[in-house]
Design a protein around this ligand. Structure first.
Ligand SMILES: Cc1cc2nc3c(=O)[nH]c(=O)nc-3n(C[C@H](O)[C@H](O)[C@H](O)COP(=O)(O)OP(=O)(O)OC[C@H]3O[C@@H](n4cnc5c(N)ncnc54)[C@H](O)[C@@H]3O)c2cc1C
Length: 444
């Protein structure tokens, strides 16, 4: 007999309590800083399990969190009920409609090959191991975003369990307010069990990484900064200045060095791509030059982010322009322990979506990330202070761990969007059952 035995009787999947075998594995995701410590975890197999879990939580006044891979863990919960979606990995592609139906636990690495089998691709991001549904609900800026916009802009419908424990099918026609709020407001409005999203007729990219050695970092940063302001929307790129550990899992030419990694994803043909990136190559010899024509199924190699659990802390913010002063500040922040990444936004990300969504900060030109292993301490305070004047806001998807404070969540939206989200939260979840997330409190 367990504390939550009446819950277990209603759930097809496993239920874990502290001390159970499997409890620690189930609550632990990719981000190891400040993990969830729930009273009980439901390892949902399907939407019915999610519905039963929310019904139980509401009846027992247990706040609810939801987790798939743990890449985007906000502040970890201490008590409450965690719905773990990692077993719900179904993906179904409709080649005629050019859509994918994606369950809550699928990662991009589940979706990309299914779509590719039909000559299609999703608007996936840099890391194949990231959960597709949460990524889309948070906006989703990916490898083709400057050409096709936020992934959220392509959603057709969502199945969601709301705070009243109802499973609803939400479309822009049937429930425009909830559709709007879920796409941007994410877990505040329920647990999405499945979504249907448009796919693109894309099978290949001219893409990959250019790695420059330490002495070249200032020049490649300045070259990429000015070059990125001139490129067409078919080009999505980023640059990371980073220390590479001296470990066998990293390519030999990079080990133990501080390098700049320029990531290229270009939708045009290889010859055009080659001439487009010629100014970057002209900066000088590369430690590795892996930019070439590639099938979209290999697009995870462009950023090549290590798919291993680790404790990390990130400061993320957006800017409306990347001036020389900001670039100098970033150069100063990048050191032997700190990764500084700049992703170019803009292009189709600024366009109005076919159906309105709450995704915020659409006009930003660049996303800046400052990342450390462990806590990183003072460098994050220094980054926040140094970049405060240039910052135009945040992207919800990139607010992790202790950085996901209520103030920063608010900064992911303009004032009227945030206020409308609060009003809709008061309608759909007045008791703030879904508060263990990037929380938007109900309007009072
Ligand atoms: C290495 C790395 C690369 C990334 N690259 C990109 C990128 O290219 N573009 C981009 O836009 N973002 C990117 N992100 C951010 C990523 O999209 C978000 O962190 C996203 O939330 C991760 O989803 P997850 O399911 O993997 O993580 P989780 O930690 O499992 O989920 C994060 C949060 O989403 C909410 N959530 C999860 N599942 C559901 C659900 N079914 N219904 C409602 N809410 C839910 C919960 O509040 C949960 O805490 C990246 C993050 C990392 C760490």
């Amino acid at each position: 007999m367990t504390t939550h035995d009446t819950l277990a009787a209603k759930i097809q999947g496993p239920v874990f309590e502290p001390g159970d075998d499997g409890y620690d594995d189930e609550r632990t995701g990719v981000q190891l800083n400040g993990p969830h410590r729930p009273d009980v975890i439901v390892g949902a197999l399907d939407a019915a399990d999610v519905r039963a879990a929310v019904e139980y939580a509401a009846a027992h006044a247990l706040p609810v969190a939801v987790q798939n891979t743990g890449h985007g863990l906000p502040q970890g919960m201490d008590g409450g009920l965690l719905v773990s979606t990692r077993r719900m990995t179904g993906v179904r592609v409709d080649p005629d409609a050019r859509t994918a139906s994606i369950e809550a636990g699928a990662r991009w690495s589940d979706v990309v090959p299914e779509a590719a089998a039909h000559g299609l691709a999703p608007l996936s991001g840099s890391a194949p191991g990231v959960g597709a549904v949460s990524y889309v609900l948070g906006g989703g800026v990916g490898l083709m975003s400057r050409a096709f916009g936020n992934a959220a802009d392509h959603v057709r419908s969502l199945d969601v369990v709301t705070a009243d424990a109802q499973l609803r099918n939400v479309t822009p026609d049937a429930d425009p307010d909830l559709f709007w709020a879920l796409l941007g407001g994410r877990a505040n409005f329920g647990i999405v069990t499945r979504l249907e999203i448009g796919l693109l007729p894309v099978t290949r990219l001219y893409g990959g990484g250019l790695f420059f050695d330490t002495a070249q970092i200032p020049e490649i940063l300045e070259t990429w900064r000015t070059w990125s302001a001139t490129v067409p929307d078919a080009m999505t790129s980023s640059i990371a200045m980073m220390p590479v550990p001296d470990a066998p899992v990293f390519p030999a030419p990079l080990r133990g060095r501080r390098v700049a990694h320029v990531r290229i994803a270009y939708l045009g043909d290889a010859a055009e791509g080659e001439s487009l990136i010629a100014p970057l190559r002209a900066v000088g010899p590369r430690l590795i030059d892996a930019v070439a024509d590639m099938p979209y199924t290999e697009s995870g190699t462009i950023h090549n982010e290590p798919p291993i659990p680790m404790a990390y802390r990130a400061t993320n913010l957006t800017v409306d322009e990347l001036g020389a002063d900001t670039a100098r500040t970033l150069l100063d922040l990048a050191d032997d322990r700190t990764i500084v990444e700049i992703r170019q936004l803009g292009g189709a990300l600024k366009a109005a979506p076919p159906h309105p969504t709450a995704v915020g900060n659409r006009d930003a030109a660049y996303l800046i990330g400052v990342l450390t292993k462990g806590d990183g301490g003072a460098v994050h305070d220094k980054a926040e202070k140094a970049l405060a004047k240039a910052s135009s806001g945040r992207l919800l998807n990139f607010l992790f761990g202790a950085a996901a404070t209520p103030e920063r969540v608010r900064e992911a939206f303009d004032a009227s969007t945030y206020q409308r989200l609060r009003e809709l939260k008061a309608v759909h979840d007045p008791a703030n059952l879904f508060r263990l997330n990037h929380n938007i409190p109900p309007a009072t």
